[in-house]
Design a protein around this ligand. Structure first.
Ligand code: PMP
Ligand code: GLN
Length: 379
């Protein structure tokens, strides 16, 4: 069969989770918590199912959940959203990203992405007959070189995708970065797709610089978030996209035929839980900062060099003191002989820079972190 996606194989997340199972390794690869969502949220989900909320939800999401998102966005980012037009609930951020690209990017156009780039971006771009233009982030800070962005913009550029806090590096964009971006897209037809799934996970007192704080950027952006990250339930696959009315209308044209709507009981549960516990996402930075700091302390005596983690729930480590081989080979060796599954960075690059870095997920219980660290410190 003539494949439409010749560069795509099985995603590294499935590959590493499978290897972790096969070798009985501690799985710090694919990013998901190994602890449960809040009890109140699980109870609300059960209730929603028992109370008959089991049929299709409204196409763009339940009113109650959209209202909670309006409240949250106003509280955190000072932006008032229109509850009817600006918010669409999706089956995870993954659907939102695909729908956003499919709704706005045409054949022959270009989308600027920053490498390492989360792996679902490029296939979605290619399926539109468009081309991803890759700009490497600077190492080791994983910052954007804005001059390179200015140089990469052409009349064909339809979209620039940003991801803050960034997966896999944890780097966060600053208010100055958003100003640079705004200056580049001003007076163009470029749409910004802001992947902000780790919006609530920023450390050391920093504030998340959402595109939604920036009125000019917000007017031309689709901002994507994920309840899976915020409420420890990646398997429920609920996310959302925020965009101004005209962009949302285009987004919904795709969403209504891609999935039509997303899991109804979970929407009922999130709306109820957000109303009853408006503190949850405010407490996430401290919750994950304790995990980050614990994990880093556990690895302090290892031969891994730990990079800074300003946001997200991944730790990048430099393994060059342990073995001199590329990250695909090292992650395979580590899962087979070291008993820990990690994620190599090469799959997130167009041209891998040959860095000796691996990604470890610390959204884990103390016991899991300790078991992994014990193995990692032996190497
Ligand atoms: N973007 C990034 C940067 C992610 O890390 C993830 C998931 N880990 C997603 C999008 C997809 O989110 P979801 O699971 O809600 O589809
Ligand atoms: N986003 C998760 C990660 O970065 C993985 C999600 C998936 O497996 N598709 O690890």
């Amino acid at each position: 069969i003539a494949t439409k996606l010749p560069k795509v194989g099985t995603t590294i997340f499935s590959v590493m989770s499978q290897l972790a199972l096969q070798h009985k390794a501690v799985n710090l690869g694919q990013g998901f918590p190994d602890f449960e969502p809040p009890q109140g949220l699980r109870d609300a989900l059960t209730r929603a199912m028992n109370e008959g909320r089991n049929q299709y939800a409204p196409m763009h999401g339940t009113a109650a959940l959209r209202e909670q998102i309006v409240l949250k966005t106003e509280r955190l980012y000072g932006r008032h959203l229109d509850v009817d037009t600006d918010i669409t609930l999706t089956s995870g951020a993954t659907e939102a990203i695909f729908a956003a690209i499919a709704a706005t990017v045409r054949t022959g156009e270009e989308v600027i992405v920053f490498d390492p780039a989360y792996d679902c971006y490029e296939p979605a771009i290619e399926l539109q007959g468009a081309r991803a233009v890759h700009i490497p982030l600077t190492v080791p800070a994983f910052a954007i070189d804005w001059q390179r962005v200015r140089d990469a913009v052409t009349p064909k550029t339809r979209m620039i995708m940003i991801n803050t806090p960034h997966n896999p590096s944890g780097a966060v964009l600053s208010a100055d970065d958003l100003e640079e971006l705004a200056a580049i897209v001003r007076d163009t037809g470029i749409v910004v797709l802001a992947d902000e799934v780790y919006e609530h996970i920023v450390y050391d007192g920093a504030q998340h610089e959402s595109v939604l704080r920036h009125p000019e950027l917000a007017e031309r952006s689709i901002v994507v978030s994920s309840f899976g990250k915020t409420y420890h339930c990646t398997g429920w696959k609920v996310g959302y996209a925020v965009a101004p009315a005209a962009l949302s209308a285009e987004f919904r044209k795709v969403h209504q035929y891609l999935t039509f709507c997303t899991f109804h009981p979970a929407q009922v549960a999130f709306a109820e839980f957000m109303a009853s516990d408006p503190q949850h996402y405010l407490e996430l930075p401290a919750f994950y900062q304790a995990k980050r700091d614990r994990f880093r302390a556990l690895l302090a005596s290892s031969r891994f060099k730990l990079l800074d983690v300003p946001g997200g729930y991944f730790q990048l480590v430099d393994y060059s003191a342990i073995r001199d081989e590329d990250d695909l080979a090292f992650s395979k060796w580590l899962v087979e002989h070291g008993g820990v599954a990690a994620i190599p960075l090469t799959p997130f690059y167009e041209r891998a820079p040959g860095t000796r870095l691996l990604r470890l997920c610390f959204a884990k219980s103390d016991a899991t972190m300790e078991a992994a660290a014990e193995r990692l410190c032996r190497l």
